[in-house]
Design a binder for this molecule. Structure first.
Ligand SMILES: [Zn+2]
Ligand SMILES: [Zn+2]
Length: 332
């Protein structure tokens, strides 16, 4: 019969050691002698080899540092760790941890206590912020305010949801559009591309030499994004006919004629430099109708207007659009 190698006791044994001896000899966790971490004094990011990890407060950073500092015994499973901490002074935390783990089917635990010392520095992101660092300029240009507002909103959203190393040092309206100074050329380039895909238009990239570092040229990239003057869903008046913009992609716009025969066509955006954009459609009250003869109330002038519906019209509503002093009706 197998017996414990340490005390000669009876099974059950784990690696030929009885449970009682395992409990006395196996220590599941311990701490290194020194617990010293480097933390950003302005954003609480924790320095780890090669980068900085973001945390929302100092306690979370200390907790992460402590947990990853624990040295676990080999051959454990289901390791868990419960922390409590107390700040001793601005750069010292006492941390207590209850650690538990499974060793060969036996649940073991041990308590740890350590003092974490914090050395404060400024992370790369914060120092770049403070220094007004930027790699790229994104220039958004369009004649139409609604297009500009939508594009600027998209850029701000992208910056907000990006990791903190992507930021805008400065931004603001300029003549003809809006400029962003951005911390990453790569992200500025992909943003410019996304804008072009979403809104149509084109991007022009130029580089300027701003210095040299470690034997390499330092370039600043400028991405000039020229957007069309209209958005998907806008109504345009082209040669006295109303078209709806149904799709925009880079240099092309897809338009749908809003009267019979409702044809669709693709056009080059550049051919619509100063398009006639109609106001938003307003629903029209139908006063009377007989076959395709309609009497409509023009919502802009409050006068009744005779109109003829498209042949076999089975739509639900009539809408009115205004351009200058003229009202255009569309049959939906
Ligand atoms: Zn034993
Ligand atoms: Zn920082």
């Amino acid at each position: 019969m197998d017996i414990c190698l340490k005390c000669g006791g009876k099974p059950p044994l784990i690696s030929q050691i009885c449970h009682k001896c395992v409990r006395e000899t196996v220590i599941i966790s311990r701490l290194p002698e020194v617990l010293r971490m480097v933390d950003c004094k302005s954003c609480f990011s924790l320095k780890i080899p090669g980068t900085w990890l973001e945390f929302s407060d100092i306690e979370s950073a200390v907790g992460h540092f402590f947990e990853t500092s624990i040295i676990w015994h080999d051959n454990l499973s289901k390791n868990t760790c419960n922390l409590s901490m107390k700040q001793l002074d601005p750069s010292k935390f006492r941390v207590n941890a209850k650690t538990e783990a499974n060793y060969g089917g036996l649940a073991l635990e041990s308590n740890l206590e350590g003092v974490v010392e914090i050395k404060y520095q400024v992370c790369q992101t914060c120092s770049r912020h403070a220094g007004g660092y930027y790699e790229a300029i994104l220039q958004i240009r369009t004649k139409q305010k609604s297009v500009l507002d939508a594009a600027v909103e998209k850029v701000f959203k992208d910056i907000d949801s990006a990791p903190s190393e992507f930021f805008s040092t400065e931004n603001g309206p300029v003549k003809g559009g809006f400029d962003f100074q951005l911390s990453s050329s790569e992200r500025a380039r992909s943003l410019a591309r996304e804008l072009m895909i979403q809104f149509g238009g084109h991007v022009n990239e130029t580089n300027t030499l701003v210095g040299r570092k470690d034997g390499r040229d330092l370039l600043r990239h400028t991405f000039g994004v020229r957007l069309p003057s209209f958005l998907v869903g806008d109504y345009l008046l082209i040669q006295e006919k109303v078209y709806r913009v149904t799709r925009l992609d880079r240099r092309k716009a897809k338009l749908r004629l809003m009267e019979s025969p409702y044809t669709k066509k693709m056009i080059e955006i550049d051919t619509l430099r100063t398009p006639n954009i109609l106001d938003n459609p307003i629903e029209v009250q139908i006063i009377s109708s007989r076959n395709n003869q309609f009497l409509l109330l023009d919502p802009y002038t409050h006068q009744t207007v005779e109109a003829v519906s498209p042949s076999n019209w089975e739509g639900e509503k009539v809408e009115a659009l205004r351009f200058g002093n003229e009202t255009f009706f569309i049959w939906n």
